[in-house]
Write a protein of this length. Structure first.
Length: 387
């Protein structure tokens, strides 16, 4: 009897250890059944930088898609020139307090600007303008189809509100920055799409076939990489006439930037393809008679996509910066279209920056976009590397 009790007591820890071991093994077995995208997403969720960048990118895309709803004003409506930003306050009148934020209308004062000799503007504390969400404002069409008048934020009485001030023509800078995101991001995403398709295709084909075709293709890639991009961009600005339509300018800009941007990605993908072409499963596919197209699409392309995805997210901010830089030099879209580069043309004069620093607001949107895509690219790179 005593021996049986001893055996029973000694058997209990063994069962407990087995159960704990099974619990530890269970997550591993579940993880092995996850898809590649699920593994990458699971790791990306633990990256604060990557998730913060993903959130900012999503907000930027939503802002560009629903610019009419988010912008409080018509971007082409004129008001007071060079009006200072109106900061929301919770003070309603002299000595009053309100939970609803308000801004104050701007009126001309007796003081003159020492540089421009224009009358300085000051807030009229006797005329508060309460702010609210989902207010009625300028009419627009959602995606060019459905008429609407509701805006995300604005004054309750429909009076003009300028959170980032106005430009020389009295147009609301914040609304123009929101609308400008649509053109700037469209140019960047279109260029990146073309660069990715051309660079990935040329890199895989060149690295897989090799031989004389690879040698001649790499010489051509080196010629493209040898072009000095900045002087070339400056020279191309003289080729587009001032009276050229905007769609022609956009097509020319996208074509030129894409033609000079695919070569670097092509060389990177070629290097990875050369390594992948020597792996056993690729040689096995060749041995059983698989076609070259199937090998490149089914075996090589999925293994280089991780590098391509990271390259795409890191290429978007460089294109946004390039578009803003070219716009500052005058190589931008023509009104009534709006882009961040076009808005930066008004900051070419030093006296404007010194007297009206809020004219530099598009730079803030550019920096946020660059940071968002860079943060997302870093998070994706860390999430993809282990797999």
């Amino acid at each position: 009897m005593m021996d049986t009790d001893v055996i029973a007591i000694r058997a209990e820890p063994v069962v407990s250890d087995t159960a704990e071991a099974a619990e530890d093994i269970a997550p591993v077995s579940r993880g092995t059944n996850e898809s590649y995208l699920a593994l990458v997403w699971r790791r990306l969720r633990h990256s604060r930088t990557g998730m913060f960048g993903l959130t900012l990118v999503a907000l930027l895309i939503l802002m560009a898609a629903f610019a009419e709803f988010i912008a409080p004003m018509d971007p082409n409506a004129s008001s007071i020139s060079f009006a200072a930003p109106q900061v929301p306050e919770f003070i309603n009148g002299p000595g009053g307090f309100s939970l609803r934020p308000s801004v104050y209308a701007l009126v001309e004062s007796e003081q003159l600007d020492p540089v421009t000799f224009q009358p300085l503007l000051k807030p009229d504390l006797t005329k508060p303008q309460p702010l609210g969400f989902f207010v009625k404002g300028a009419s627009y069409h959602v995606f060019g189809l459905l008429p609407a008048e509701t805006h995300l934020l604005g004054s309750l009485d429909g009076s003009p509100v300028h959170f980032l001030g106005t430009d020389k023509l009295g147009r609301d800078i914040f609304s123009r920055c929101v609308y400008g995101a649509r053109i700037s991001l469209m140019i960047a995403l279109t260029v990146v799409l073309i660069v990715t398709l051309v660079g990935t295709t040329v890199g895989i084909v060149s690295g897989y076939f090799g031989g004389a075709f690879d040698r001649w293709m790499q010489r051509f890639v080196e010629i493209v990489l040898a072009f000095p991009q900045l002087p070339l961009y400056l020279a191309l600005t003289s080729l587009i006439p001032v009276t050229a339509p905007t769609h022609l300018f956009l097509a020319f800009l996208i074509a030129v930037v894409s033609a000079l941007g695919w070569a670097q990605l092509s060389r990177e993908v070629r290097g990875k393809t050369l390594a992948l072409a020597r792996i056993e499963y690729v040689r096995a596919a060749i041995a059983i008679g698989a076609s070259d197209r199937r090998i490149m699409l089914q075996h090589i392309l999925p293994n280089v996509m991780s590098h391509v995805i990271v390259s795409v997210t890191l290429a978007v901010p460089s294109i946004v910066l390039l578009e803003s830089f070219l716009g500052f030099l005058g190589f931008a879209v023509k009104p009534p279209m709006i882009s961040w580069g076009l808005m930066l043309q008004d900051t070419a004069n030093y006296s404007v920056i010194g007297s009206y620093p809020w004219m530099m607001a598009p730079v803030g949107f550019v920096l946020i976009t660059v940071f968002a895509f860079n943060a997302l690219g870093d998070g994706l790179r860390d999430a993809i590397d282990p797999y």
